[in-house]
Design a protein around this ligand. Structure first.
Ligand code: NAD
Length: 462
């Protein structure tokens, strides 16, 4: 729905909201550890009392299984993790000093903006929110307009359960986000595509605001000649076709060693057919919907222009009304085809054979730094070679996607796939300023200055 106010009017309105929140922040309310813990508990309570409605709303917006919707409830464990560790994370850290005391104090940044995408709407809003609360910030959330049922529910629940002086949800699309970005923030945390990431960063630069950019990209997979093919197939298939491939760390394309190529493709095809049936059509209830028709068209075009052979699925299986694109394997697409140039973000998997690992790694390295990189191998030499030749936000060996689950690992990109990281303590740090504090002794005998003060009429010692 188009906004009834102009961008300038929205900018002014949001400006007033941010001013009020900053005044609350300045009272020290959000720094209080008791308050932070209480807000984390409220977040957990919000999930406990509403998880069925949240799940049903996500399924209504995006299709998919109940299991998919349950996956969105993971931030509860993040909130638990924050509650367990917040005392430790937020304490002053003594770092040294002989005639002084030096320590680092993690301090909240202030009033922060979290802009979320549509593909995993609760988790990608609530997990950063959890970290921002733990670090003691006031937060404005901007869910994606492409989740027409989920965004209003988020607004209703956050405003009901969380401290209204410190947490606000602003719904809207480009105009509203533009108006939010016209204002000054103390940090902006954006998850989405790199094009908008650049808009966010340019807006932040005007106020020298720090940013976290959680972006995407083409996450490649290597399956070498020593890989356990059955394991590789199952793990790649699960994450490529869950949520119809609309996951930022979904395997984007596979390089498989030519000696195991046939076995890999036969098994992969068999797994797809076991899920979709022989007609290869599959069901929205199992795989999830493509977010909108524009993306269905985009994916159809990627298939039709790939220049490779379709081993299963394909454009004929597209059900436009249901926004369904079938799981599709494309063998040997053209390397200059759009499917090998842009992030697929859909249920299409290009597979290419390779003869020599270094050549495959060189092709991967010639593209933007991916968010994730996956290697299936039993050979530590090959694994190390892959790790040292290709940069990425994160890596999984012999699996995909799982590095984003534990709170113990930082999750974030590098270069075109983003900057900054979160999850667990890394999220707390991302939303904190590390303040250096030095307390100098004034005891007798230590009352001098670091250098002698200039004395009138006397030369300074050299
Ligand atoms: P999206 O279209 O929902 O956009 C994200 C946010 O940006 C939304 O809130 C939207 O309102 C806002 N926005 C859109 N256009 C804007 C504009 N012109 N100016 C200001 N704000 C604007 O989501 P998307 O970008 O389509 O999401 C998919 C992308 O996100 C993929 O590239 C995917 O890899 C990436 N992603 C990354 C992660 C991660 O954690 N790194 C997670 C999920 C998705």
């Amino acid at each position: 729905m188009a906004p009834t106010m102009s961008v300038d009017e929205l900018t002014a309105e949001y400006g007033q909201m941010i001013d009020k929140m900053r005044k609350t922040f300045d009272t020290g309310k959000t720094r209080n550890l008791w308050w932070r813990k209480q807000q984390l508990r409220q977040l957990i309570k919000m999930y406990q009392e509403n998880h069925e409605e949240i799940g049903a709303t996500i399924n209504a917006d995006m299709g998919g299984t109940k299991m998919r919707a349950m996956g969105e409830i993971a931030p509860v464990t993040s909130a638990d993790d924050c509650l367990t560790n917040i005392d430790e994370w937020s304490r002053d850290r003594w770092v040294g000093g002989l005639f002084d005391r030096q320590y680092v104090r993690p301090e909240p940044k202030g009033v922060v903006l979290i802009i979320a995408p549509w593909n995993v709407p609760w988790q990608l809003t609530m997990r950063p929110l959890t970290a921002a609360i733990a670090a003691g910030n006031a937060v404005v959330l901007k869910p994606s307009e492409l989740n027409p049922r989920t965004a209003p529910l988020m607004e209703k629940l956050v405003h009901k359960y969380m401290d209204p002086e410190c947490f606000r949800v602003v719904q809207g699309a480009v105009e509203e986000t533009t108006a939010l970005l016209n204002n000054r923030w103390d940090h902006i945390f954006y998850t989405g595509n790199g094009q908008v990431g650049r808009i966010v960063m340019a807006a932040a630069a005007k106020h020298l605001t720090t940013v976290t950019l959680e972006l995407g990209g083409k996450s490649p997979v290597i399956v070498d000649e020593t890989a356990k093919i059955d394991v590789a197939v199952k793990r790649i298939a699960l994450m490529k076709w869950s949520l119809s491939g609309q996951i930022c760390v979904a395997p984007d394309y596979v390089f498989v060693h030519q000696s195991v190529e046939k076995d890999f493709l036969d098994q992969l095809k068999a797994v797809v057919i076991s899920s979709t049936g022989e007609d290869g059509k599959g069901r929205v209830d199992d795989f999830g919907m493509i977010v909108n028709e524009k993306h269905v068209d985009r994916l159809e075009n990627l298939i039709q222009t790939s220049g490779g052979s379709i081993l299963c699925g394909g454009a004929e299986g597209i059900e436009r009304e249901e926004r369904f694109v079938p799981p599709t394997i494309i063998h040997k697409p053209k390397m200059d085809a759009p499917i090998m140039q842009e992030e697929i973000f859909g249920p299409i998997l290009p597979v290419m054979p390779y003869e020599d690992l270094e050549t495959a790694l060189k092709i991967i390295r010639s593209k933007d730094t991916p968010l994730a990189f996956y290697v299936f191998s039993q050979d530590s030499g090959n694994i190390e070679k892959a790790l040292s030749h290709v940069q990425s936000g994160g890596v999984c060996i012999n699996t995909v996607f799982e590095h984003l689950l534990p709170e113990t690992l930082p999750f974030g990109g590098q270069g075109a796939s983003g900057m900054g990281a979160y999850h667990g303590k890394f999220g707390f740090d991302e939303f904190s300023h590390r303040r250096a504090i030095l307390v100098k002794s004034t005891l007798p005998g230590m009352r001098g200055t670091l250098f002698p003060l200039p004395q009138a009429g006397k030369a300074m010692p050299q």
